[in-house]
Design a protein around this ligand. Structure first.
Ligand code: ZN
Length: 221
């Protein structure tokens, strides 16, 4: 064989190897996409509002902290307590685009208002069947949160929350606004109690789905 012929042959096998690699990567990506389209089952779903975003709606910011940090602390603590009690939790970031089949879903948020102290705690839901869980949350959190409440679904973001389409809940799916972080009095009350609020959320969810072993956390005035 001439030098030239050898070189051509090598080029051909390189090309074939490259094409094979391309096909393997393609199949892998396809399988992964298909897998992510499969709905996931669990007992509950806990989303930390805005988590994982670097642009778009990245949440409220005040001199007391960033919403994106606070929601993670609350969601993580609720998740930890529930998992310790044997509850299967899907712990979701803001843009988990996979359908989840659960009993109960909550999305954790803190409100921000252009005019400080115009809002407070509130709740969002999009279906009449969510109402009983919403009521129960309000009953619980009203005793704890010492500031004002807004009407249910008082904003478009609460009523038409983008993430409702990814949660199929047999009991309810709720957006929990835990208070207004742009209001100094509320923010000062909220910021040292984020883990406590996670424990309150865990207690609420456990009660709601009938799991024992999650105690009501001691009230921290
Ligand atoms: Zn938010």
């Amino acid at each position: 064989m001439t030098k030239q012929a050898k070189g051509t042959k090598r080029n051909q096998s390189n090309l074939i190897a490259f094409l094979l690699l391309l096909i393997i990567v393609g199949i892998f990506v396809l399988l992964l996409t298909e897998y992510n389209k499969q709905p996931e089952d669990a007992d509950v779903y806990i989303q930390a509002g805005h988590e994982g975003r670097i642009f778009g709606n990245t949440g409220s910011v005040s001199k007391y902290g960033r919403e994106i940090d606070w929601t993670v602390i609350v969601a993580d603590e609720a998740t930890r307590i529930l998992r310790d009690a044997g509850v299967r939790v899907i712990r979701a970031k803001a843009d988990r685009k996979r359908v989840s089949h659960i009993k109960l879903a909550v999305s954790i948020h803190f409100d921000g208002s252009q005019h400080a102290c115009k809002t407070g705690a509130s709740i969002g839901f999009n279906h009449a069947s969510d109402r009983s869980a919403a009521k129960e949350w309000k009953r619980l959190y009203r005793d704890i949160f010492p500031f004002q409440w807004m009407k249910d679904n008082f904003s478009k973001n609460l009523k038409y929350y983008y993430n409702y389409r990814y949660t199929v809940a047999s009991d309810a799916e709720l957006v929990l606004e835990l208070g207004e972080m742009s209001c100094p009095a509320q923010a000062r009350w909220l910021s040292p109690r984020l883990e406590y609020l996670g424990a309150v959320v865990a207690y609420f969810m456990a009660e709601r789905i009938g799991v024992s072993g999650v105690d009501k956390p001691r009230f921290r005035p």
